[in-house]
Write a protein that binds this ligand. Structure first.
Ligand code: PHE
Length: 357
């Protein structure tokens, strides 16, 4: 028994890791371990022999077990010390620029647009992306049979047969936020509404989800001239040029009367876009004077108030300003693309500090 004790206590003291310790435990006091086998022999002994050997074997077993657990916690302490020594971190080091996340161009441009219009007294309004078809169409003077519903490639929300709740769509434009803002705030009103919109369309310049910003100004003395001035100020500030020429083309939207699409003078010389010079025109938005029926739908008296509205593609003006050729890449979540076209997240665009440094 003394030999067994000496043998196992030495082995335990020499064990290098937990696996070695477990092997020793099995060999000594496991079910088929040496000490356990000796204990089985007690049955064959005379009562006198058993009285001596029994307690001695039990004591041996206890001693080995407590040596095992002492060694186990010593090994764990040692491993922890090792980790504390190797896994340290200097929290006073500056962070690595490459590890910073970047702002997506859509967010950057939304911030830029917001900064410019905020300076002109517009506040930001938002509405739901899942919209009632009343807000998205009817209230905007687009009744059920109107061809504009088909043109917009609308995504309709599924309805169970017999469901009598109002029909919902994924909003096809930000114009329903005009109605929601009129309902919530009344007149006068001066807001922009940036956000995601949906149409079933997919090619180099169309994705099923994209972004618009709506503008709406309502008061007792608003005219088309105000619209023109606001848009000119916006385009100059956004494209960071001193002068721009806008072209208002007569157009048609059910929710504005008169309606105009707005182009800006530009050149594509050498394959790059320059705003404010050249012989080309580029369409950037739709606009007009809010239709009296739309004011009425929003609960505003059209005999007393009138206003202008416009809707612009955020992704589109982002592509133009930053020379991004394919819209689909905006929504691929490709890290290399995001690092290339992304913006420093801490440079908040302001008119005085610079929009796009
Ligand atoms: N909602 C229109 C569109 O998505 C844009 C628009 C908004 C036109 C406001 C006029 C006034 O095409």
């Amino acid at each position: 028994m003394d030999d067994l004790k000496a043998k196992y206590l030495t082995q335990i003291a020499d064990a290098g890791d937990e696996a070695a310790l477990e092997a020793i435990r099995l060999a000594a006091v496991g079910k088929k371990g040496e000490v356990s086998l000796k204990m089985r022999e007690l049955g064959k002994m005379s009562p006198e022999e058993r009285q001596v050997a029994g307690p001695a074997l039990n004591a041996l077993k206890d001693e080995i077990n407590s040596a095992l657990s002492a060694k186990k916690s010593a090994l764990a302490d040692k491993a922890l010390d090792e980790r504390l020594r190797s896994e340290w971190l200097d929290v006073t080091l500056p962070s690595r620029p490459a590890r910073h996340g970047t702002l997506h161009p859509v967010n950057q441009v939304t911030e830029e647009v917001t900064a410019i219009f905020a300076e002109m007294g517009f506040s930001v309004a938002e509405g739901p992306r899942v919209e009632t078809d009343w807000h998205n169409f009817d209230a905007l003077n687009i009744p059920g049979h109107h061809p504009a519903r088909a043109e917009m490639d609308t995504f309709y929300m599924h309805r169970a047969p017999g469901d009598t709740r109002p029909a919902h769509v994924l909003r096809t434009h930000t114009s329903p936020v005009q109605i929601r803002s009129m309902e919530a705030q009344g007149a006068p009103l001066r807001i922009i509404c940036p956000g995601g919109v949906y149409r079933a369309d997919y090619d180099q310049t169309h994705t099923p989800m994209f972004h618009q910003v709506e503008g709406l100004a309502i008061d007792t003395d608003i005219s088309m001239a105000n619209l023109k001035w606001v848009l000119e100020e916006f385009v100059k500030a956004f494209f960071e040029v001193d002068d721009v020429e806008l072209r208002f083309r007569a157009s048609h939207f059910p929710f504005t009367e008169p309606s105009a699409e707005v182009d800006i003078r530009c050149s594509w010389e050498g394959g790059t876009l320059k705003v404010g010079e050249g012989d080309d025109w580029l369409e950037i938005l739709g606009s007009g004077m809010v239709h009296p029926k739309v004011l009425q739908a929003g609960g505003i008296d059209p005999d007393r108030y009138q206003g202008f509205a416009f809707g612009m593609g955020i992704d589109r003006i982002a592509m133009l300003k930053y020379g991004i050729p394919d819209l689909r890449a905006f929504f691929d979540s490709d890290l290399r693309w995001l690092r290339h076209y992304g913006f420093a997240s801490l440079d908040v665009p302001t008119l005085h500090g610079g929009l796009s440094r």
